[in-house]
Design a protein around this ligand. Sequence first.
Ligand code: SF4
Length: 427
Amino acid sequence: MSQPRLLYANRYGDIVEHPRLLAAGRAGQLITDVEPEEWVPLPDGATLAWLPGTRPIGVDPRTGEMTALGDGCYAVGALLPQGYTRLLLPGYVRRKEEDVTLPLFGYTAVGWHRGRIMVAAHRTDDPAPWNPALVREVDVEQAVRRMLASHPGNRVFEHLSHCALTYGCMTAKNTFLGRYEGALPVSAACNAGCVGCISEQPEDAPFPSPQTRLTFRPTVDEMVDVMLTHIRSHPDAIISFGQGCEGEPSMRWPDIARAIRRVREETAEGYININTNAGLTRGIQAIVDAGLDLMRVSIISAIPEHYNAYYRPRGYTLDDVAASLRYAADHGVYTSINYLVFPGVTDREEEVEAMAEFLRRTGVRLVQMRNLNIDPDYYLARIPPQRGELIGMRGVMEALRSEVPGLEIGSYTHVPPAPLARRRGSL
Ligand code: SF4
């Protein structure tokens, strides 16, 4: 395949194909060519964004030289749907004269090829279950009305109706439609201060948090009502604590443990999952002992200096996170990581070696590749400098698969392979 042409935006935000230059990508601070096999057509459910404060870079097809465009030209990036791992950032440098910090999105390199928009991405999982284009808004609205009418006074359903209808959150929509993975946010508090937190940003942050945290404490009764409703909606239903509209769920471990025990007294159906930073090990242990089925731990690096620079943990360390994962795995929970990935950082040799060792040590079964949503320069300025060789994002997935026996790689939470199903019977 010949290389796609550079796409850029003019000062009016119109997206334009460059008549001569080819598209470039970026890994960390490095502007680089994009390998032909790294391009795929823009997937369904993806969107395009123009990047203010940037100067796009293209490749001269005759000389291979990198060329920056002039004034009034801005970079363009794609925002990918679930199921796709970003391989490269858009090729651009910052405009020194414009002090702009981009909002919390996962910007991906784009190009134009034979009438189609291409992106530097890898299909890592089946995108269909999370494709917003496959869910009709009218169905969501009707389902919300029915659920609120049949669960009067349950504040969690009221809160999620806002998430489903205003934010367009797919997990919230699932909770009303009774499909796949449903949402159960329970905690406004958090024991970390992530640089790119999507539910809370400090007053002086140069970008807003895309969501706001819930402002009430769901009761155990409200939790049990949401859990039973979703778990009984279909055989493979997953109900998940830990959503984008809350802090750290395990801060409420006593109530979560009570809710899980009450649900498991009623039914062995479905799967109970928690999305967590897993820093509060004794809380996680209590939740596991209560009957948890799945656990997904958010992590950006297995190198403590990098982890601490991003998560800014309060009162826990990466070793506590590892201890929580090990405990859950040893007690039959199907564990995964929500791996916040970023080209030019995640694919450094030292990061891959550390992560492979971390996964072997903790018994994690599934790595969910999650494109980190943040302004690249803002993030790079806040983490330790990167050293080792770059092996590319596809190289990361190949290396982890080969160095961690039995490891699955995907993009979102799946029901566990059959053998794990036995666990619930033993409670
Ligand atoms: S762990 Fe989650 S809620 Fe807490 S600061 Fe990080 S992103 Fe935000």
